[in-house]
Ligand binder design. Structure first.
Ligand code: A5P
Length: 235
């Protein structure tokens, strides 16, 4: 098996196990990205073949919303929901404390809103996402278009090596919320909470891709097994 197939199998195995946690009559948060895509497929299979009834989904992106609709999964608008029972989403990196970098696909804002509304957040990944220290993967920051230039300058001054995300045709990438994304090439993030607060203090930054709370469990595919990391409640 080539490496890409191996990674896809890890993603699929993690997604399959996570979807087993969904109970009938639940509101389910749908993540975004290639691993979440597997989870949405498995959810639809469970609804069709497994007596899973009363499922309503809230999507974290237009991409996931479209996939869910195509599969016949009933969807709800975020504004019509008070609490989400369980959200299943991917990540770009996670550490031993279950802090995450998310937003490689540009959906970090809605993903964080969904996570904040959820009783349970299951993160599904392949084995390449586990790191000792976050930061090798560029940290995405969603910013208002009108403030992109001053924010880029501010982030440069903070030595965070910001780069405005571009599409394949060299146009600025536009999020589902009509904002820009700036990727921070940090290398190693020494203190995730301090950086999260620093970014939140800059006007015009709508959200950043650091998830320092919310996660209940990370479910990681690794070769033919699946490893579950629980939040250590003693720390
Ligand atoms: C989307 O914006 C991201 O947060 C994804 O959840 C993350 O990039 C993981 O994507 P993959 O499952 O494709 O690796």
């Amino acid at each position: 098996m080539d490496n890409k197939s191996k990674i896809n199998l890890e993603k699929s195995n993690a997604a399959k196990l996570a979807v087993q946690s969904i109970r009938s009559n639940s509101i389910v948060g749908l993540g975004t990205g290639s691993t979440s895509k597997f989870a949405i497929d498995f959810l639809s299979e469970r609804i069709k073949n497994d007596n899973l009834i009363g499922i309503q989904a809230v999507a974290s992106s237009l991409e996931s919303l479209n996939q869910a609709k195509l599969l016949g999964i009933q969807t709800l608008d975020i504004n019509s929901v008070e609490t989400i029972d369980i959200t299943i989403d991917g990540a770009d990196e996670f550490d031993q404390d279950l802090n995450l970098i998310k937003g490689g696909g540009g959906a970090l804002l809605r993903e964080k809103i969904l996570a904040s509304m959820s009783n349970e957040v299951l993160i599904i990944t392949d084995s390449q996402k586990k790191v000792n220290q976050l930061g090798k993967f560029p940290l995405p920051v969603e910013v208002m278009k009108i403030a992109a230039t001053p924010i880029l300058k501010k982030l440069q001054k903070l030595n965070l090596n910001p780069v405005l995300r571009k599409t394949k045709t060299n146009q600025p990438f536009i999020s589902d919320n009509s904002n820009y994304i700036i990727d921070l090439n940090i290398g190693k993030i020494e203190n995730v909470n301090d950086l999260d607060l620093e970014l939140k203090s800059i006007p015009g930054i709508v959200e950043n891709g650091l998830f320092t709370k919310y996660v209940t469990r990370v479910i990681m595919g690794s070769s033919n097994e699946v490893i579950v990391f629980e939040k250590n409640t003693n720390t």
